[in-house]
Design a protein around this ligand. Structure first.
Ligand code: FAD
Length: 531
């Protein structure tokens, strides 16, 4: 079918289903270079996400050829008498339908890297400015492709997510965190400039200096204020290799004390700190063989019982130190010196050494293993919480040693601290952005990344895990632990207002300014579109 025919079909379907009064020939005259598709495969893909919990069919899917295509479509939605919704879909790795929409068009942002039917090259490839140490990338670019492009110049972005098959626009709409965040802040704090199509269909460039209100609104803005079509991302010289270490603890307060000590070394000369600090909770032995734990080799079996886990729970500190081959002869001493200040169980040091790209791309390897076992495309009732440092021990008592019990967890439970300032960088979690964090200088990410399995074990079913997530949130509420959901999921206005707290008024005003018809990213369920 030609593009024009497909477009007519899509528009007719839109009109029939949503009862739009827009003149189809008007939309045809938009002249998008890309493809507006109602192909059932495209519609099906856009109806689903990684969570596999919610499903919503869009009327059509746009494969854009440029930012102008996106601006034309959004402007048409904004100006049409009844309006229709538009949702950017990065790589569809949300959990609860955040990139879906049922009465509008989904824009497939990450088509370039997947060689969509437009073929590669229709959308700009990453452009590295070596002297300026930044890279300009398409909003739908996957981080793995950003990394590959910048490595060609010996450079790399500074702040990461654990998994790189996520889109730049998708992670910047949330925050983008990993074990480097204590050192560089989240990904949203490592962006110099954005091109954004607002909810009025205007394509605007924004930065700290230019259209700064839009810039701050969009960062961590859950897709509510505009669609990121280009991001200028800060780079640093890429290290060549990574020393990757895991050590175990049976005592929670020793574990968190060490984590907090390590993140306090930020801003020191690079030899005196680690480059990445994360950790995870091991509530059952099965987890040792879990997808993120393949690191523990069969030659190094870990038995919870053999290391004296307190209350059946162990904690694993995960740290890395980057280095170049030319300085490889000092890495052992540097690591040793840093490890001396830590109080892990002495017999539990697991070390590996690998190229930088292999470390950053580590979760993809686990993905391939799970895919081979048909365990990737299963429901993922994930729960991510930011927990104030002062209450993290309560979470240990009430959740890790309490609610979770000794059930098999079918997924990692990450726990690591982040700070808002360090000696070389202030305001790493910029209050002007839309992201919400607890009201303390140091806070933890606690991420329950569990898969629901249809294996007859009640404790691994979607229903059980979803109920347990609710129980965890209620526990925090009852205990007065002021957690904030990361990658938040709420369904009522009251819950969203509570989530944003003091920031709600600003969030609302920004919405009215940049997307007054509330047509963007309705899958977040914060605002209903106005007719
Ligand atoms: P989508 O799910 O496609 O979109 C997310 C939201 O952003 C939607 O509301 C969408 O409308 C909006 N959006 C998408 N693109 C744009 C754009 N260009 N402009 C404006 N709005 C847009 N997060 C971390 O911070 N750290 C991690 O370590 C981490 N690891 C993960 C590992 C896995 C296996 C998975 C599945 C997710 C992980 N995440 C992590 C979460 C991830 O950051 C979010 O799912 C995020 O939404 C990115 O996914 P995406 O690009 O597929 O975006």
């Amino acid at each position: 079918m030609t593009t024009k025919l497909l477009l007519t079909f899509a528009i007719c379907r839109l009109i029939v289903t949503v009862g739009l009064t827009v003149d189809p020939s008007e939309l045809l005259r938009l002249g998008v270079e890309g493809q507006l598709s109602v192909d059932p495969c495209d519609v099906e893909t856009a109806s689903l996400d990684f969570g596999l919990i919610s499903r919503s069919e869009p009327m059509a899917v746009l494969h854009p050829a440029s930012a102008d295509d996106i601006a034309r479509l959004v402007q048409a939605a904004y100006l049409s008498s009844q309006g229709f919704t538009v949702s950017a879909r990065g790589h569809g790795h949300s959990i609860n339908g955040q990139a879906q929409t049922s009465n509008g068009v989904v824009i497939e942002m990450s088509g370039r890297s997947r060689g969509n039917r437009l073929g590669p090259g229709n959308l700009a490839k990453p452009r590295v400015a070596v002297k300026e140490m930044h890279v300009d990338v398409w909003g739908g670019e996957l981080w793995i492709d950003v990394l590959r492009s910048t490595l060609e110049h010996g450079l790399a972005p500074k702040s990461w997510t654990d998994y790189l098959y996520l889109s730049v626009g998708g992670t910047l709409s949330n925050g983008g965190i990993s074990g480097q965040a204590f050192n560089h802040g989240p990904q949203i704090s490592n962006v110099y400039e954005l091109d954004v199509v607002t909810g009025k269909g205007e394509l605007m460039t924004c930065s700290e200096e230019q259209n700064s209100k839009l810039f701050h609104a969009v960062l961590g803005g859950l897709g509510q204020f505009g669609i990121i079509t280009r991001a200028r991302i800060a780079l640093e010289p890429a290290p060549q290799r990574v020393r990757w270490i895991r050590v175990l603890y049976s005592n929670f307060s020793t574990f968190t004390r060490d984590q907090e000590h390590l993140i306090s070394l930020h801003g020191e000369p690079s030899t005196l700190k680690f480059d990445y600090v994360e950790g995870f909770v091991i509530v059952d032995e099965g987890l040792i063989n879990n997808w993120r734990s393949s690191f523990f080799s069969p030659r190094n079996p870990v038995k919870i019982s053999s290391v004296g886990a307190n209350g059946g729970v162990l904690y694993c500190l995960e740290i890395t130190k980057n280095y170049d081959e030319s300085t490889g002869d000092t890495i052992d001493q540097e690591v040793e010196a840093l490890m001396k200040s830590l109080n892990f169980i002495p017999s539990t040091v697991f070390t590996t050494d690998l190229p930088y790209i292999d470390f950053l791309d580590r979760v993809h390897k686990a993905e391939l293993k799970l895919r081979a076992k048909d365990l990737w495309e299963v429901p993922h009732p994930w729960l991510n919480l930011f927990v104030p440092k002062s209450r993290i021990a309560d979470l240990d008592r009430g959740v890790f040693k309490g609610i979770l019990g000794n059930n098999k967890t079918s997924g990692p439970i990450l726990i690591y601290p982040m700070n808002k300032n360090n000696r070389t960088r202030k305001h790493m979690w910029d209050q002007r952005s839309s992201v919400v964090t607890p009201d303390e200088e140091v806070f933890y990410l606690v991420a329950l990344l569990r898969s629901a399995l249809d294996n007859g074990e009640e404790t691994q079913s979607l229903e059980y895990l979803t109920d347990q997530n609710r129980e965890i949130l209620s526990f925090c509420d009852d205990a007065g632990i002021n957690v904030k959901q990361y990658l938040p999921h709420y369904t009522t206005r009251e819950e969203w207002m509570d989530h944003f707290g003091d920031k709600w008024d600003q969030f609302y005003q920004r919405k009215m300014e940049f997307d007054p018809r509330r047509i963007l990213a309705t899958g977040q369920r914060i605002f209903n579109p106005s007719s």
